[in-house]
Design a protein around this ligand. Structure first.
Ligand code: ADP
Ligand code: ZN
Length: 732
């Protein structure tokens, strides 16, 4: 028989990629019984045992007698070629070492735990020969929890008895001991339950997606439609089709807070809940999800960006909902963009991608225009709902006193809504009470001791907080610079301050504030959203949290307090972000029956972005923006990469930055340019000084290879960190 390239006989040399930062794979001998390519294994590394994946044949080139042997093969499905290839390509694209990439794919605890079964205990038929207190407590617990099975530890803890009491009851037949799988499979989902009756537009879009899925091949589709047009309804049909074909589906959502509403709808559609994967999921559930996905026993996963690294066996569909959302870019550790990685993974495993948004990113919009992505549009809102009327309030004409942010015009509109029993939303994209705390005697501003950032006052918690590093401190009564007493003043608006103003302007209104930091948990936030959606609120005051997909049926007025915020940044995507955010926020108004109105308070009503929003000429806006970027040779028409050097010593970071800029041969060879070094916009975070270089390259060149070669010329001094951000999304 010819040797099987996918299987290593005992003693053969193989390469194992571990999750340890070693650079590359190490050679080991296959264990007794052999192992498969892709198997998850435990290997010795120095005195430790570490997790790894069998990556290919060993490299050899050393004394084979010295090769150590794989300790054991874990009882989980081997990593498929498709996922290994995805990790390799993602590592190459983001210039991340493979072990760090592999860590993303193994982020579930206890994968190495050997027994897949565990002993559990249930109530049996027998009666105890002797009733002791301890025995009675065990029986009470069993009865209280009905037919549930407990592990020995759980039962002992619940009843407050030792394990021997339980074992004694087993001997007498009072309790039954049985084996149960440690990680339970998920309930079966039924793709053939009836969904909503789709409207014409929706039906056409759903049919197109279903037929793409039937191709069993890679493809990406932009599903564009205003908020409320039924995008979710439509892509759930694609999810159903994947299931009918026996394939797995992944739905990525940008915000954990949104999953609750989604899960309810999902359950109504398919009869049970999918697997969940995000930071709110317990460790036990994570392991269960990871394992079941790997066994093909989870049909659908709903999750955050890191769900892209789960070991799917048969992935047929990835939905990226709200694909323009900035939270899809991971901004620390491995710097990757989940939308791009979704497309990469799908193209490797032959799956379909659906990018859903009311306000697609310019990248996606351009790919769709160029025909690289298919495009489906839902033009109308579902039912009676129509798009809101959008108007500006010219703040130059409003004569608002200092420290007031709600213009007289906006006040009148809010009052009229309250009188009619309708809801208003006041939107400001700033957390906390006031962005600046300043001494009126000397002008000193309170800054973070570790970062180049101002401390932001949070009046609900009565503290100052740094939004970069989380440092908090008391609000000083005495100026730390000049010693003046009681002269510290809050300057500028935040969501909490706006609440205060609204309370004084509308004393009888019921006001709810929605800001991510006001809620200790996703559950508390969910409760607040539910309350708002119900009948208990007249005015919602919120940060960008409210811009995302929640349904507030009585909302008919949106007031954007500072539409200029965001237009001023030097950020490449400032206009795009502002445009999207304003569209999303104003899309909150009039979701159900009544036509809503959105007012943008602005000092620059003639700004092109504001005008594009008003005219509703979305395509016009995108074309203009695309032209400008094309002209400037920036994404998506050119490539950008950021290099951040950080060190406790600012001079060292600058010196290395200058060296990099001087020896930029490999970059220039591409026809690309290096800009900088310059202090990063936030020049210090957590005590580390940050210096930034920016590389601008024409599209289509081998940028990553050149960057590796370039930075490979340098040895990083102690304490220095260098990170490469391919296609940076934010410029801080
Ligand atoms: P989007 O994802 O585009 O914001 P949704 O799919 O959430 O839109 O739809 C908005 C609301 O309209 C939801 O409450 C949804 O259940 C409802 N809806 C949309 N299409 C239909 C339909 N064809 N039949 C019944 N309800 C629908
Ligand atoms: Zn700080």
């Amino acid at each position: 028989m010819p040797p099987n390239p996918e299987f290593y006989d005992p003693g053969t040399l193989l390469a194992v990629m571990s999750t340890q930062p070693l650079g590359g794979a190490l050679d080991y001998k296959a264990p007794e019984g052999g192992c498969h390519l892709g198997a998850f294994v435990e290997v010795p590394l120095g005195p430790r045992k570490v997790l790894g994946v069998v990556w290919g044949p060993g490299q050899g080139g050393f004394d084979l007698a010295k090769a150590r042997t794989v300790i054991r093969v874990l009882d989980v499905a081997p990593m498929r070629y498709e996922l290994r290839e995805f990790l390799r390509r993602a590592a190459g694209y983001t210039l991340t070492p493979l072990p760090a990439m592999l860590r993303l794919a193994t982020r579930a605890p206890g994968l190495g735990k050997p027994p897949a079964m565990l002993k559990v205990y249930r109530l049996g038929e027998g009666t105890p020969d002797r009733a002791t207190d301890a025995r009675r407590r065990v029986l009470e617990v069993m009865q209280e929890f009905g037919g549930l099975a407990f592990t020995l530890g759980e039962l002992a803890e619940q009843a407050g008895v030792s394990g021997s009491v339980i074992k004694g009851l087993v001997k007498q037949g009072v309790l039954h001991e049985e084996a149960a799988p440690r990680d339970l499979p998920y309930p079966k989902l039924d793709p053939n339950r009836a969904g909503a009756t789709l409207t014409g537009d929706q039906d056409t879009a759903a049919k197109a997606l279903v037929s793409s899925l039937k191709s069993m091949d890679y493809g990406t589709t932009l599903l564009r439609g205003v908020t409320g047009s039924g995008k979710t309804e439509v892509y759930l049909e694609a999810v159903a089709q994947a299931m009918r074909q026996g394939q797995q589906a992944l739905v990525l959502l940008p915000e954990i807070a949104l999953t609750a509403e989604f899960l309810t709808r999902f359950q109504a559609r398919f009869g049970a809940r999918p697997a969940e994967w995000h930071s709110g999921v317990t460790m036990t559930e994570r392991r269960r999800a990871w394992k079941m996905v790997g066994q093909g026993a989870a049909q659908v996963v709903v999750g955050a960006r890191s769900a892209l690294f789960l070991p799917f066996q048969n992935l047929g569909l990835i939905v990226v909902d709200e694909e323009h959302d900035t939270s899809y870019k991971q901004e620390d550790g491995v710097l990757y963009h989940a939308r791009d990685m979704a497309v990469l993974r799908a193209s490797i495993c032959g799956a379909q991608v659906v990018l859903a948004s009311a306000t697609p990113s310019l990248e996606t919009w351009t790919n769709a225009e160029a025909g690289k992505y298919a495009k489906l549009e839902l033009t109308a809102r579902y039912g009676e709902a129509v798009m809101p009327v959008i108007k500006t309030i010219d703040m130059r004409a409003e004569h608002l006193p200092a420290s007031r942010w709600i213009s007289p015009s906006l006040q009148r509109e809010v009052k009229a809504r309250i009188a009619k029993g309708e809801q208003s939303l006041l939107f400001i994209n700033r957390r906390g009470y006031a962005p600046i705390t300043l001494c009126r005697a000397c002008g000193h501003q309170i800054g973070c001791p570790h970062c180049d950032a101002r401390m932001v006052e949070h009046r609900f918690s009565q503290r100052l907080q740094c939004h970069q590093c989380g440092e908090t401190s008391a609000i000083p009564g005495i100026c730390p610079a000049c010693g003046a007493e009681d002269r510290m003043a809050a300057v500028g608006p935040g969501v909490e301050r706006l609440t205060e103003e609204a309370q004084s302007l509308f004393p009888d209104a019921r006001i709810a504030t929605l800001s991510s930091d006001l809620f200790g948990s996703a559950r508390a936030l969910k409760a607040q959203i539910k309350k708002i959606a119900g009948d208990e609120t007249d005015i919602i005051i919120g940060t960008q949290l409210v811009a995302k997909g929640h349904n507030f049926p009585r909302l008919t007025l949106v007031g954007v307090i500072d539409a200029d915020l965001g237009l001023m940044g030097s950020d490449l995507r400032a206009a795009e972000r502002t445009f999207q955010l304003m569209q999303q926020v104003s899309g909150r108004a009039g979701r159900v029956e009544t036509r809503g109105t959105a007012y943008l308070q602005t000092f620059q009503p003639e700004h092109p972005v504001i005008r594009a929003i008003l005219s509703g000429d979305e395509v016009g806006f995108w074309r203009t923006e695309a032209n400008e970027r094309q002209h400037a040779g920036v994404p998506p028409f050119g490539l950008l990469a950021g290099i951040i050097l950080s060190s406790p010593d600012p001079q060292a970071a600058f010196d290395l930055g200058n060296e990099l800029a001087r020896r930029d041969g490999p970059i220039r060879a591409l026809g690309a340019q290096v800009f900088g070094p310059a202090p990063a916009p936030i020049a210090r975070i957590r005590g580390r000084h940050r210096v930034r270089l920016l590389i601008k390259a024409p599209k289509g060149v081998a940028l990553q290879a050149a960057i590796s070669q370039w930075i490979g010329q340098f040895k990083l001094p102690n304490q220095m960190r260098l990170s490469v951000d391919i296609d940076p999304q934010s410029f801080y």
